[in-house]
Write a protein that binds this ligand. Structure first.
Ligand code: KIV
Length: 258
């Protein structure tokens, strides 16, 4: 097992895991300083391309952004989302996962789902592909508005069963997206591998957020997003100053000219 993955599993019940998304080198470089895991999420479809669904994200999209992210990630585990329709069968899952790892040099891939895709996950892990799971709200399978998961006892049981199934298959961690607090707590307590929550309460072993959301670059009203800084304020300050100095001929001065 990759030593970075071992470290991540060993943090369970010791210290919280930090996971941040990145879609390009410069954000990845900053995120890498604070993260255990840098995730190239297929959320890039909505954040960068205004897609209403992540289903439109292609393998090439993921590979191109991940190549850039790789340049910024030095110490964290780098995980890349396998996009929609790229893991429908064992053989397509394996050839696409291999392509992602070969071309981007990432450490692991993430797939959305439990029982429905357990054959593919088993097959990847048997073939030495490190896999991160993803349960709860599954954006690739959800049409329309996202609704939290684990509200009814049937849903809760299904999620716990899926989580245990994923752990048995050998995934090293599971993202829990919009899972009700009590359910997320039960899943986290039932597993030896860490859970990474997004909108799934403080009881998860770690947390993930889309970096563009938490720095306020991407405007969103999703309940689980907290804006930790309003980066747009600083961006606008710099851009406005540039425009003003160009217009007033203050910039470029001799110092900035050849
Ligand atoms: O696509 C993504 O960024 C994700 C995270 C939000 C977990 O899957």
């Amino acid at each position: 097992m990759n030593s970075k993955i071992k470290k991540i599993i060993n943090k369970k019940n010791k210290s919280k895991l930090i996971c941040l998304t990145a879609y390009s080198k410069n954000i990845a470089f900053e995120a890498d300083k604070y993260a255990d895991i840098v995730l190239v999420g297929d959320s890039l479809g909505s954040v960068l391309y205004n897609y209403t669904t992540t289903r439109k994200v292609t393998l090439d999209n993921m590979i191109n952004h991940s190549k850039s992210v790789r340049l910024g990630v030095k110490k964290s585990l780098m995980v890349v989302d396998m996009p929609y329709n790229t893991y429908n069968t064992n053989s397509s899952a394996l050839s696409n996962a291999k392509k992602i790892i070969r071309e981007t040099k990432c450490d692991a891939v993430k797939l959305e789902g439990g029982k429905k895709i357990i054959n593919q996950i088993n097959f990847l892990i048997k073939n030495n592909i490190p896999v991160m799971g993803h349960l709860g709200v599954l954006p690739q399978s959800t049409k329309g508005k996202f609704k939290s998961k684990g509200r009814t006892s049937k849903e809760r049981k299904q999620l716990i069963t899926d989580a245990i199934l994923l752990e048995k298959s050998g995934v090293f961690s599971i993202v829990l997206e919009c899972v009700k607090t009590l359910t997320a707590k039960q899943i986290t307590q039932a597993l030896k591998i860490p859970t990474i929550g997004i909108g799934s309460s403080v009881y998860c072993d770690g947390q993930v957020l889309v970096t563009d959301d938490l720095i306020g670059l991407n405007e969103t009203k999703i309940r689980f997003v907290k804006k930790f800084v309003n980066i747009k304020k600083y961006l606008n300050f710099g851009l406005r100053k540039f425009a003003s100095e160009v217009r007033s001929r203050k910039y470029p001065s001799n110092r900035h000219s050849y």
